[in-house]
Design a protein around this ligand. Structure first.
Ligand SMILES: C[S@@+](CC[C@H](N)C(=O)[O-])C[C@H]1O[C@@H](n2cnc3c(N)ncnc32)[C@H](O)[C@@H]1O
Length: 281
């Protein structure tokens, strides 16, 4: 097996064993895991939707996608699948994790307008120019070759259509301070791993068995034109969760407690840990 295949196998094993179930227990029912995940996603993302509105409805215009062919890469437990299916799209989801694949088959497999594939974003099993919209939330930075994932999304998108992705932002608050400084310097992990990126990876998506995901890349705004160079245009917006400010400089004494929501949001829209990118083919 070559290095690339080894890496992808490792990534698949990690996400199958440590699915993104938002602190649920794997032994809970699919419906329970789904409900827990939806309420966590709703609670954490002030920027994604207004209360009682569909998840991500500040970022995705569901009404414009009715009857369109939509691909979601790395659907996790399917909280966006549910919104897309509810909006009347023809939904296709693909995920590398056997857990995510199986839970979505159980939850949504019976819908005529949904298909779920177990597969790799770096080598999509779809024809060129076959989707009207592609989205991927917090996925491509976990794959051994992120560029290949973006290029594959470009290949399967129709001309003039949009890819909407979230990638981790290499920001000060989360990347350098909350992850690298606290663990790498204060706890001395830098001297073990000898790499800022490795320290951060150990503490990124460290749920399930509490080790970080095998790959978690973080990007700067200046990386966007390079990553999305095949697309005809792109725009981006930075966002972040309140937890980033509520952990600075420490959880007990943090600057978040002295700030209005308005001010926190202003700061997180410049310095938050997520890069949302809309790229048009
Ligand atoms: C942090 S989870 C995000 C899941 C979901 N989008 C969410 O927000 O809850 C990362 C997901 O990326 C998937 N993933 C990582 N590399 C992948 C690849 N090469 N192909 C397909 N899925 C991949 C994992 O299986 C996992 O479902």
């Amino acid at each position: 097996m070559d290095k690339k295949q080894l890496d992808i196998q490792e990534v698949q094993d990690f996400w199958s064993m440590n699915p993104m179930i938002y602190n649920s227990d794997k032994s809970e029912s699919p419906e329970q895991i789904f409900e827990n995940s939806v309420s966590k996603v709703r609670m954490k993302g002030w920027f994604r939707q207004e209360p009682n509105k569909p998840l991500f409805s500040n970022l995705i215009d569901y009404s414009s996608l009715k009857n369109k062919n939509i691909l979601e890469i790395g659907h996790g437990v399917g909280f966006l699948a549910k919104e897309f299916i509810g909006a009347g799209v023809k939904y296709t989801g693909i995920d590398l994790s056997t857990f995510h694949h199986e839970i979505c088959l159980k939850l949504f497999g019976y819908h005529d307008n949904s298909k779920f594939y177990l597969g790799n974003a770096e080598d999509l099993p779809f024809e060129d120019n076959s989707f009207d919209y592609v989205t991927s939330q917090g996925v491509m930075h976990h794959s051994p070759d992120t560029q290949k994932c973006i290029d594959e999304a470009w290949r399967v998108l129709k001309e003039g259509c949009t890819l909407f992705v979230m990638l981790y932002h290499k920001n000060f608050l989360k990347y350098y301070y909350n992850k690298f400084f606290k663990h790498g310097i204060l706890r001395g992990e830098y001297f073990r791993y000898r790499s800022i990126q490795k320290v951060v990876e150990k503490h990124t998506d460290a749920h399930g068995d509490r080790t970080g995901a095998p790959v978690s890349r973080h990007y700067k705004v200046s990386d966007i034109p390079i990553l999305f160079n095949k697309f005809s245009s792109h725009r981006y917006q930075i966002y972040g969760g309140y937890a980033e400010l509520n952990g600075f400089p420490s959880a007990r004494f943090n600057i978040g407690q002295f700030m209005s929501e308005n001010l926190m949001q202003k700061i997180l829209k410049k310095h938050g840990g997520y890069l949302y990118i809309w790229a048009v083919k």
